[in-house]
Write a protein that binds this ligand. Structure first.
Ligand code: ATP
Ligand code: MG
Length: 562
């Protein structure tokens, strides 16, 4: 990991680790893990967990494992495994040779279950799922013991073995931990450890027809890998006594400590994998990597940088209480990063033709244009100028309001890096009244865009020479949802808050010739417009497609200033 990947986390989890290191707990080892379930693509919430787990390992000279928590074969798939690996790597983290699967431990997890039975700490239960729920009781009422709770060890061993052998129907029996049906913590009321489920697992195939539950498999996987700090999100806080109980009964020598933190929520975004899957399956978006998705693959395709995402994860910090982060902060981080390194170019998204009447026909001048004023080493490039150029429709107004500094009949503006031009007349279509072109004159003395006589020009516009222009499709993205909390809807369906205008596709955009050689994933600032990235899926040699990463206007910086 390079230096600029180092994350300086100071938070309550780091405090715990610092204390543990002081007392030489775990012999001074720090071993975290990132444990995704391969049932969907990773999203920005996972990025927070990745940055936290790998970041804490790095800064404490420890290690972080990647572990696929694949105990639920019905929803899991290798496609997800592959995407998760790609995303973690892209974010800049490495698990070296420590990639594990909970499914690799199925045999051990099964043997431990037998140990629980032998210790009188687990039993096979024949109640139906509904009955189990009914017997569990509520927060105010204790649960009732299952009539199967006091089966003998021999009977339990026999039944469990036969569960594994496939003698019983799916869902007809479970193995349960024997803890305490009157515990104030519902998770401790004889939770299910194993269920019968005939589903083909993406790795173990049809080897198993019983699968361990997450709450049971997770602490064991952690312990087997020698995890020291098992970091998870807040909803597992009430599960921690159970996590500890499983490891206590098995008497593991070194026991991982579960630590919970608040999951990340972002405004105008949904983050549940179930909902993201629904958006993909029902084609509300073009796929998991649709640039509007909060997935890491979507953000990558949109043009977000791993550096900006890591910076964001660092800035939001780690808390013990849930909150929602303003998406403007994420966009601010992207802008800051791209401002420092994205090459500036000129692009006209909604072109209108400008004919410069007094400019010699056939003449071409090449002007110097700086690549990035923020980066002294970025150099410059040449931009061609000729008699016919395009400017953006937004930069012309026939009947302008007061203080309009862009182009209107009679006004003078600067074409960046080139000349001052003055609008002389507007040519319209006789029938439709639509503007066809603007007739302008230029001041030959203003070469390079410099004032010849000290006269001040307030408007500076980007432009592209018509005969040199490169055509492109540009996709403008807005947020996928129209309200800050998409889950707030009268009908209870977050999809009612989908933004019908989240994607606007512009054809026939005109770009300066420099962009002819742009490659998939290349990022630019289109000056005065925003940051854009060559789409990695749809852009082809004969048809450039750009995604808008983010517009220039920074609402976060503004909020901070006010
Ligand atoms: P989802 O609710 O989206 O299905 P999950 O927690 O079931 O998420 P996992 O694949 O199990 O998804 O998550 C892997 C790790 O990422 C877990 O440790 C989980 O706590 C963490 N994680 C998931 N979502 C977030 C989030 N929004 N913020 C922070 N961490 C998260
Ligand atoms: Mg999970």
């Amino acid at each position: 990991m390079s230096d600029n990947n180092t994350i300086a986390y100071s938070n309550f989890i780091q405090d715990i680790i610092t204390d543990d290191l002081k007392t030489n707990k775990n012999d001074g080892r720090v071993n975290t893990r990132f444990p995704p379930e391969p049932n969907g693509y990773l999203h920005i919430g996972h990025a927070k967990s990745i940055c936290l787990n790998f970041g804490l390992a790095i800064q404490n000279k420890g290690i972080c494992n990647l572990r696929f928590d694949d105990t639920n074969p019905a929803k899991e798939d290798v496609e997800y495994v592959d995407s998760i690996k790609e995303d973690v790597k892209w974010l800049g983290f490495s698990w070296d040779d420590r990639m594990y699967y909970a499914s690799n431990y199925f045999t051990k997890i099964y043997e431990y279950a037998i140990q629980f039975i032998k210790l009188g700490k687990a039993y096979v239960c024949d109640l139906t799922a509904d009955q189990i729920r009914e017997y569990r009781g509520t927060l105010t009422e204790p649960g009732k013991e299952s009539p199967f709770r006091n089966r003998s060890v021999e009977e339990n061993l026999d039944l469990f073995e036969r569960m594994k052998a496939g003698e019983f129907k799916d869902g007809s029996r479970v193995l349960r931990a024997k803890i305490d049906m009157s515990s104030p913590n519902l998770n401790m009321r004889d939770p299910v450890m194993y269920r019968i489920l005939r589903a083909t697992h993406h790795r173990s195939g049809d080897d198993w027809c019983i699968y361990p539950m997450y709450d049971y498999a997770h602490p064991i996987s952690d312990a087997l890998e020698g995890i020291t700090h098992s970091i998870c999100t807040l909803e597992f806080e009430d599960h921690r006594p159970l996590y500890d109980w499983f490891l206590e009964v098995l008497d593991f020598k070194s026991r991982p400590r579960q630590i919970e933190f608040a999951r990340l929520n972002i405004t105008y975004t949904v983050m549940s994998k179930r909902k993201l899957l629904e958006l993909v399956k029902k084609a509300y978006v073009s796929g998991w990597d649709d640039p509007r998705m909060p997935t890491i693959s979507g953000m990558r395709r949109r043009g977000y940088t791993p550096e900006a995402i890591r910076d964001f994860c660092e800035r939001i910090g780690v808390a013990k209480t849930s909150s929602t982060v303003d998406v403007a902060l994420l966009e601010h981080c992207i802008r800051e990063d791209l401002n420092a390194r994205a090459q500036r170019v000129m692009a006209v998204l909604r072109p209108i033709k400008v004919v410069i009447e007094n400019y010699p026909e056939g003449q071409v001048e090449w002007f110097d244009a700086e690549n990035n004023p923020e980066d002294p080493n970025s150099g410059s490039r040449k931009v061609p100028f000729s008699k016919v150029v395009y400017i953006d429709q937004e930069d012309f107004c026939e009947n302008p309001p007061k203080k309009y500094f862009r182009l209107f009949p009679g006004s003078e503006v600067r074409l960046k890096h080139a000349y001052f031009i003055k609008c002389q007349s507007v040519v319209k279509d006789d029938k439709t009244g639509q503007i066809i072109e603007l007739r302008c004159t230029y001041d030959p003395e203003s070469r390079g865009g410099n004032s010849p006589d000290g006269r001040k020009i307030k408007g500076t516009l980007q432009w592209v020479s018509a005969e040199h222009a490169v055509d492109a499709e540009v996709r403008l993205y807005d947020s996928l949802f129209t309200c800050p909390n998409p889950d707030d809807s009268d009908s209870g369906d977050y999809k009612d808050n989908l933004n019908p205008k989240s994607l606007e596709v512009l054809q026939g955009c005109k770009l300066e010739p420099e962009l002819k050689n742009a490659k998939a994933g290349d990022r630019f600032q289109f000056i005065r417009t925003g940051y854009f990235c060559v789409d990695s899926v749809d852009s082809k040699e004969d048809k450039l497609v750009f995604n808008r990463i983010v517009a220039l206007k920074d609402s976060w910086a503004k909020v901070q200033k006010d």
